[in-house]
Write a protein that binds this ligand. Structure first.
Ligand SMILES: [Cu+2]
Length: 353
């Protein structure tokens, strides 16, 4: 006890006496950012794997992730037709666990990834299609892909562990039911494989389709960068405050459809509040009839749904977790609603003015 108190006092004295030596030590952190540039940072770097980045030659394992690109990026796979007329959609997903991602400005974290990013790619198919996932585990630990939805037991990604160092498995199942579903690794301890980033969104479109809309995906997630089973940051699509600093551009009088999936661990609930508007909400997206007309949804782990709305008035509108702790730690964004001029001229014609 006395020894630990002495150490604390000694460290405090050192910090007070030699603050510049500590600053100098922090400035030695040379890192490759998610945009590829090489920077010196005094930011928090608390993951043990970061030290490999101190090698100036090191660039390969640095994750490139652009939340604006991810927002509207849907992967339909390699499409072909089976003899019976069924559409086959083939995807290749590679698991890795040595990637470094700048999960918040200046915070570099060892993420475990599907195809190199957190979240992994959004996989999209139509109800009744055959989905084939060629899964390759290039990580250093066993991993799997567990899809929510309906499929045979052996395609569930739970008991068929795929070994590290190049293990392979082919998941194959009929897409369904229509809706929005998560996928994630299901190797024990599952919580760790999820919080490290092994998850993504799987959208199944109904056969009859949905009305045309400006569509986007929001994965509500967080990172526990100091391993104390509490998240240090929260976001829609990984990077805290990203859509606040880079508002999402949408138009007035245009249908907006958001596939929202909650993958936050540790905290039992998450939520989403939309400002100055209400939206139709389809839990899990399995029905074409909305269950709620609301400005607020509450989601537990892997709960998800589809939101649909239009803005009538141009301007800036917030959306955020109404669990304020989460929004203050990054889960907040802005829709910049632009006047839809096409719509306006159409209105003028309609009214004969
Ligand atoms: Cu895993």
């Amino acid at each position: 006890m006395i020894a630990s108190i002495s150490v604390i006092i000694a460290m405090s004295v050192l910090y007070i006496t030699f603050p510049e030596s500590i600053t100098a030590q922090q400035e030695d952190n040379v890192l490759v950012t998610h945009t590829g540039s090489i920077i010196k940072t005094t930011g928090e770097i608390i993951d043990p794997v970061y030290s490999t980045l101190l090698d100036p030659e090191y660039t390969e394992s640095t994750v490139e992730f652009d939340p604006m690109e991810y927002l509207r990026e849907f992967n339909y796979g390699k499409v072909s037709q089976l003899p019976d007329g069924t559409t086959l959609r083939e995807f290749t997903i590679i698991a890795e666990d040595d990637q470094i991602m700048e999960v918040s400005p200046g915070v570099f974290f060892n993420v475990w990834t599907f195809n190199g990013t957190v979240p992994g790619p959004t996989i999209r198919a139509t109800e009744g299609d055959l989905v084939r996932i060629n899964f390759i585990n290039n990580g250093s630990k066993p991993h799997t892909m567990h899809f929510h939805g309906i499929h045979p037991a052996e395609m569930d990604g739970v008991f068929e562990i795929v070994g590290q160092g190049g293990g392979r498995f082919t998941y194959e199942f009929e897409a369904g039911p229509a809706g929005v579903h998560p996928y994630h690794c299901h190797v024990m301890p599952v919580e760790e494989h999820i919080v490290r980033g092994m998850y993504g969104v799987y959208i199944v479109d109904p056969k009859e389709g949905r009305p045309a809309a400006d569509e986007m995906v929001m994965v509500l997630n967080g990172f526990d960068t100091d391993f104390d089973t509490e998240n240090n940051s929260y976001a829609a699509n990984s990077i805290p405050f990203y859509y606040q600093n880079n508002p999402i551009q949408i138009n007035t009088n245009e249908l907006i459809r958001i596939y929202v999936v909650n993958m936050v661990e540790f905290d039992p609930i998450n939520n989403l509040h939309l400002h100055a508007n209400l939206f139709d909400y389809y839990p899990t997206g399995t029905s074409l009839v909305p269950s709620f007309y609301t400005d607020m949804i509450t989601l537990s782990q892997t709960e998800r749904g589809i939101m649909e709305f239009e803005y009538e008035y141009p301007g800036k509108y917030l959306f955020h977790a109404h669990k304020i702790e989460f929004s203050e730690k990054g889960w907040v964004g802005i829709f910049q609603v632009n006047d839809n001029l096409d719509q306006k001229s159409q209105t003028e014609i309609d009214y004969g003015t």
